[in-house]
Structures are given as structure tokens and as C-alpha cells.
Design a protein around this ligand. Structure first.
Ligand code: SF4
Length: 543
């Protein structure tokens, strides 16, 4: 679908575009060039379009009226020379009064009031009206309503802090964001669980450390992370670790040697490193910071084809408390298709090996919506996972990123459809039920762009096996200092409700070459800290 955006001001363009993408996955956007009219006026990403290309199939136009206290939003389908608003599919049943009313108003399509001095409120009003217009066009609702952000749990969590009752929070989410009942309940449950878990940690006084190892045995079909096949870098791994050591030493200097409250080593797949280099990495981390016993220390051992008994023993010896062994699917056909060069049997073998070595907190990640997978395949995956009884389960919904091979080579995978809509809903329900059977509760949640079914990723954990780092990072509750190529350090300014970020370059060679620059960026970000102090109240600018 090609959608033309005719927006008088671009202030709300991103929000409008994201909601359109949620209704029309894979949509391409064209923008009208100022001062021009007709077909010549449309351009992709600001470029003038060639005359022979077909024009947009839909036009979404927005403009401010009456000295900007009203907004007019229209959605038009274009069919040849005609234009029409397609309302034929728009019959939805059992709508709540909020949705009924909003849709009635949208049909009339009169301008609506906005609050120009309040960007957030105006944004929400525009998104709500657009949502109603799009339900009229598609006859569909979205599980999260007009919410497109990646941290929906922040909303109920914030209201709980203000002392709101559950019912009031739920009504607020419905009225303001048109969020469906199931997602309101889920996000409220998670917000409460997060609050309970974070009570275990005096997190405002601490920080967490993330270390990125951007190498994997091979690149998965859907991968959009900073990850490079390790074979290509095998001769420069020590050089990478040298630079990482330099960066970690600078962090120690900056924090006055204060140990992080949680540590997460991810990537990539850190266990892709050969044994001697994994030993070196673990020694570097535990040597730089003196961890007290029992500190949360997670290492992604994601790819079973990267794990050996010796590597697991190295992790255990260095105090790693939690590992993640990620099958993604327990169907061999799917594993082969998505380029994970391991078998289902290997997943089970390394899982039991890790148990033998003494790991009592093992997470497993699965992905719903993988190519060629429907109900039967997901049931099979969940049954096999039930047999293993991991301590936590992270259920992802496939998020198709532009740079992933699955997107770049999509014609090749046309024979392997990916689930969407109601099937994704059903698969997510099955996974939630299975997590419940395993005695787990949902404890963190985040969303991404282009997620199958427009759903979410949910982390489930049993008892005290939740990963606090995941909550601290996702909900932006704590400063995260990140080292390694492609990582992002986030410094929190809680009193100003503000986060500042600095990024390390993704390119491994460039990271190694520019390590002094990466260190300097962090130094600037933390430049007003007293030694050992992680939070600050500086009114800083973006670095
Ligand atoms: S294991 Fe993860 S990081 Fe590595 S290639 Fe696969 S998706 Fe990417």
C-alpha cells in the first residue's frame, strides 16, 4: 500500500505514520512537496516522483484550523480519478461505548478540538481520530488501540504510583488510548509485578552494566541486531576484547569502582567466543568490578550451537547467575529455514548440561510468527519447552526489520507465510497459557515496530527468577552503562524525567579504531558526576 501524507505541519507526522503502519503493515509513505499539486507533487522520502509511477492508494491529510484550536483529519482512498472514503468494511461488533462514540464522530468527519499548547494531548487526540477513521476503512481494531510506543506499561505504572485504583487505570487506558480489554489487564498486571520485583533492589542509587559481544555463529534470517558471523572476525577477537577492556576500565574510573547492580552480557551471542576468549571476557568483567555474591549476572548463551560444557563451566566459575538458551522454535524445519545451524536435540542437550553444571535460572526465548509457523508448530514448541521447565520464558512476536534478510530477500520466502492478526492473538494466548502452566507470571513487556499481529514481547518468570535488568532497562528505571560495538548508554535524570543517550558505533572495525572517542562520549555524559555517583541533575544537552 502506498499512502500519501498531506500534513500541514510535520510535528505529528511520526505518530500518524506509526499508527498507519500498524493498520497497513509494509506501507510505503509519500509526502506532498510544498507548493505543488497533482500527481507530480508526490515524492518518496521527499524526492519528486517519476511521472510513470502509480500514485498513492490512500491519502491522509491533516491541517490545523481556527487559529490552531481545531484539527481536520481526512482519510481518502483513491481509485483512478475518483476519491472515496471506504466505509464498507467498517462494521465492528460489540463495541464499547467509547469506541461507538468515536466512530460515529469520525464518520461525520468534522474538525475536532485540540490543545495546541499541550503537544502530548494534541498528539493523542489526533491519533484517536485517525484510529477511528482507520477502523472504518479496515473494519479492524488493534489490540493496543492507538498506542504505538514501545513501553505501554509505563502508563499503568505511572498511575499506580499516583495511587489510582485498577478500574480507573483501565478506564483511562480505554478512553485515552483505546486499548483493548486484554492488553489493559496484561499491562496492569505487569506494572504491579514490576513494582513488586523492584522493591528487592535499591535501584535509584545504582546502575546496571551492559556488555555487547556482536558475534554469532551465523546470522538468523530475521536478525536486526548488531551481529556479525564470528568466523569473519576470528583473527581480531583479541583486539576487540582489548578495546572492550579499555572501555570497561574507563567505566570503573568514572564510577569510582562502584559495582553495577545488575550485569547483562548480550549481543550477538557472547558464547560464540572460543573458550579462551570467553574466559578472558568473564575475567575482565568480574575483575573490573568486585561483585558481591548473588548479584544478578546474565549472559546470553542464545545459540545452542555456540555452547560447550567448558564454556558453561567458565560462566559458572565467574558467578554468572542467569543464562538464556534460546531455541526460538522447536521445529527443525523452521530452525533450518531461519538459518540457525543447530538441532532441536542440541537445544535439549545444552539445556540439561547447564542444569547439571548448576544453573538454576535458565531463560528460553521463543518467537511467534516465524515463517511457515502456525498453531501446530507453536503447540509443538511449547510442549517441548514444557518438558524442559525453564525458569523463565520470553515470548517474542516476530518484528520484521528493514535490514533483516527475511525482509531483504522476501521474495525467496513467499512460500512460508507469517502469521498475523487473529492467528497471532491465538498463538500469544497459547504461549501465555503455557507460561502459566509452568508457574510463571508476566513481568516485563515491550513493543517494537512492525510486530506481527501488532502485539508485544512478554517476559514470563517463575518465583524470583525474573531478570531485573530487563525491567530496569525497558522501563528506563536506572542508568545503564553499555560497552561494546553497537551498544547504547542511557543516563537517567529522574528528577527531570529525562534520559540522555550516547551510542557506540555498530561497525566493529570502527569501534576498535574509535575507542577513545566512545570513551570520551561517555565521559562527557557523566562529566558532572562525583566519583561513584550515577544519577545527576545537570540540565544537560544531548551529547
Ligand atoms: S542469535 Fe540473535 S543476534 Fe545472533 S544472528 Fe540470531 S537473532 Fe541475531
Amino acid at each position: 500500500m502506498i499512502i500519501g501524507l498531506q500534513l500541514e505541519e510535520m510535528a505529528y507526522e511520526q505518530d500518524i505514520r506509526e499508527l498507519l503502519m500498524a493498520f497497513y503493515p509494509g506501507a510505503v509513505f509519500w509526502y506532498q512537496k510544498k507548493g505543488l499539486t497533482g500527481r507530480f507533487a508526490w515524492g518518496r522520502a521527499g524526492q519528486e516522483m517519476p511521472v510513470e509511477e502509480p500514485g498513492p492508494e490512500m491519502i491522509v491529510a491533516g491541517r490545523f484550523l481556527k487559529e490552531k484550536r481545531e484539527y481536520q483529519l481526512t482519510v481518502r482512498r483513491l481509485e483512478g480519478e475518483d476519491t472515496k472514503i471506504d466505509r464498507t468494511q467498517g462494521c465492528l461488533e460489540n463495541l464499547s461505548p467509547v469506541l461507538e462514540k468515536g466512530r460515529e464522530e469520525a464518520v461525520e468527519n468534522a474538525p475536532f478540538a485540540i490543545v495546541p499548547e499541550d503537544h502530548k494531548e494534541t498528539k493523542n487526540r489526533i491519533k484517536r481520530r485517525l484510529y477511528f477513521l482507520l477502523t472504518l476503512d479496515t473494519g479492524r481494531q488493534l489490540p493496543w488501540g492507538a498506542l504505538t510506543g514501545i513501553r505501554p506499561v509505563k502508563i499503568p505504572e505511572g498511575k499506580l504510583v499516583e495511587g489510582w485504583e485498577d478500574e480507573r487505570i483501565s478506564a483511562y487506558m480505554e478512553e485515552h488510548y483505546l486499548t483493548g480489554e486484554k492488553k489493559r489487564r496484561l499491562s496492569l498486571e505487569i506494572a504491579k509485578e514490576e513494582q513488586r520485583l523492584l522493591k528487592l533492589l535499591d535501584y535509584p542509587k545504582g546502575y546496571s552494566l551492559y556488555v555487547g559481544i556482536p558475534f554469532c555463529p551465523t546470522t538468523c534470517l530475521y536478525c536486526s541486531f548488531t551481529s556479525y558471523p564470528i568466523q569473519k572476525w576470528k583473527n581480531r577477537l583479541d583486539e576487540y576484547l582489548d578495546r572492550l577492556e579499555q572501555e570497561l576500565a574507563a567505566v570503573r574510573e568514572q564510577t569510582g569502582g562502584k559495582a553495577p547492580q545488575t550485569v547483562y552480557v548480550g549481543g550477538g551471542t557472547p558464547t560464540s567466543l572460543p573458550e579462551n576468549q570467553l574466559e578472558r571476557l568473564m575475567g575482565m568483567i568480574s575483575g573490573v568490578f568486585a561483585f558481591p555474591q548473588g548479584r544478578e549476572f546474565t549472559v546470553e548463551a542464545g545459540r545452542p550451537d555456540s555452547i560447550t560444557r567448558d564454556k558453561l563451566s567458565i560462566l559458572k566459575a565467574h558467578g554468572v547467575s542467569r543464562i538464556s538458551i534460546n531455541p526460538q522454535s522447536m521445529n527443525q524445519k523452521t530452525l533450518d529455514l531461519i538459518g540457525r545451524r543447530h538441532t532441536v536435540k542440541q537445544v535439549e542437550q545444552v539445556f540439561w548440561m547447564a542444569r547439571e553444571i548448576g544453573f538454576d535460572n535458565i531463560n528460553m526465548d521463543i518467537i511467534l510468527g516465524l515463517p511457515g509457523e502456525g498453531r501446530e508448530e507453536v503447540v509443538c514448541t511449547l510442549e517441548k519447552i514444557r518438558g524442559l521447565k525453564p525458569d523463565s520464558l520470553t515470548v517474542h512476536c516476530l518484528a520484521l526489520k528493514r535490514a533483516a534478510r527475511l525482509n531483504l530477500e522476501r521474495e525467496r520466502y513467499q512460500g512460508y507465510p507469517t502469521a498475523s492478526g487473529s492467528l497471532m492473538d491465538e498463538l500469544a494466548e497459547l504461549a501465555a497459557e503455557e507460561a502459566g502452566r509452568l508457574g510463571m507470571k508476566p513481568y516485563y513487556l515491550y513493543r517494537q515496530k512492525n510486530m506481527a499481529g501488532n502485539l508485544e514481547n512478554v517476559g514470563y518468570a517463575s518465583g524470583d527468577k525474573a531478570c531485573l535488568y530487563n525491567i530496569l532497562m525497558m522501563e528506563e528505571k536506572q542508568t545503564i552503562i553499555a560497552c561494546g560495538a553497537g551498544t547504547t548508554t542511557k543516563r537517567l535524570f529522574p528528577e527531570e524525567n529525562r534520559v540522555e543517550r550516547v551510542e557506540n558505533v555498530k561497525d566493529v572495525a570502527l569501534y576498535m579504531e574509535k575507542i577513545d572517542e566512545m570513551i570520551e562520549r561517555k565521559r562527557k555524559l557523566f562529566n558532572t558526576m562525583r566519583r561513584g555517583e550515577i544519577y545527576g541533575n545537570r540540565r544537560g544537552s544531548k551529547v
